[in-house]
Design a binder for this molecule. Structure first.
Ligand code: ZN
Length: 182
C-alpha cells in the first residue's frame, strides 16, 4: 500500500519498484526496478525475443518532485529477436521510445507547450533542461489546417537564438501566425 502511495505521489506506474532515492543538491535520482513485460521487436514486431546480454544502465529525466528535477535510473537488458536477428534495448513502457524522458515528463511538457509560457519558464517549472523542452516541441507534428480563419494575423518578433543550433531557434527573428478572430 505504501509503495502505491509513493508511486502515485511521484507519478510512477504501480508496477514499478523504487529501490532507493539519492538526494543530489539540485535533483533527485530515483533508482527503480522495472516490471518484466514482453517486448515486441521494433523491426518485425515479433514477440519471440530473448535476452542477448546484461545490457546497460539508463537514466532519463522525470517530472519535478517536491520542486526538484528528478531522474529515473534503471537497468535495460539487450534483447535479440529470434525472428529477424535484430538486437535492441528493452525500454520500459513508461519511458519515451527515443528521448531520455519519462512518458509522464514528455506529456507534461507537451501540455505546458499548449499554453503561453516561454520554453525557459516551462523548463524551470518542469525541472527539465531547455533543450529537452525544445526537443519535445520539435517532435510535435503540425498538420495543415482544413480551413483558414477569416482574419489571419502575421507578426515577426526578435527572439532568442543560437547560431550553432540545428533547431528552430537558429534565426534571430521568428514569425507568429494566429487566428485574429479568436
Ligand atoms: Zn524482429
Amino acid at each position: 500500500m505504501a509503495k502505491k502511495i509513493t508511486n502515485k505521489l511521484i507519478s510512477l506506474p504501480q508496477d514499478v519498484s523504487i529501490d532507493r532515492v539519492v538526494d543530489h543538491p539540485h535533483s533527485l535520482e530515483i533508482f527503480i526496478s522495472c516490471p518484466d513485460t514482453d517486448q515486441l521487436c521494433p523491426v518485425c514486431g515479433s514477440r519471440n525475443c530473448v535476452i542477448k546480454d546484461s545490457g546497460r544502465s539508463l537514466t532519463v529525466r522525470h517530472v519535478s518532485v517536491a520542486g526538484k528535477g528528478s531522474f529515473l535510473s534503471f537497468h535495460v537488458p539487450r534483447l535479440l529477436c529470434k525472428q529477424c536477428g535484430a538486437s535492441f534495448s528493452k525500454r520500459p513502457y513508461f519511458v519515451h521510445p527515443s528521448m531520455k524522458l519519462s512518458a509522464t515528463a514528455f506529456l507534461a511538457a507537451c501540455v505546458s507547450l499548449t499554453g503561453t509560457h516561454s520554453i525557459r519558464d516551462i523548463a524551470i517549472d518542469k525541472g527539465l533542461p531547455e533543450h529537452q523542452v525544445l526537443s519535445v516541441l520539435c517532435s510535435v507534428e503540425f498538420h495543415k489546417p482544413d480551413s483558414l480563419p477569416r482574419t489571419l494575423c502575421n507578426d515577426e518578433f526578435k527572439g532568442s537564438y543560437d547560431p550553432d543550433s540545428h533547431l528552430w531557434n537558429v534565426n534571430r527573428y521568428h514569425s507568429n501566425i494566429s487566428d485574429g478572430s479568436n
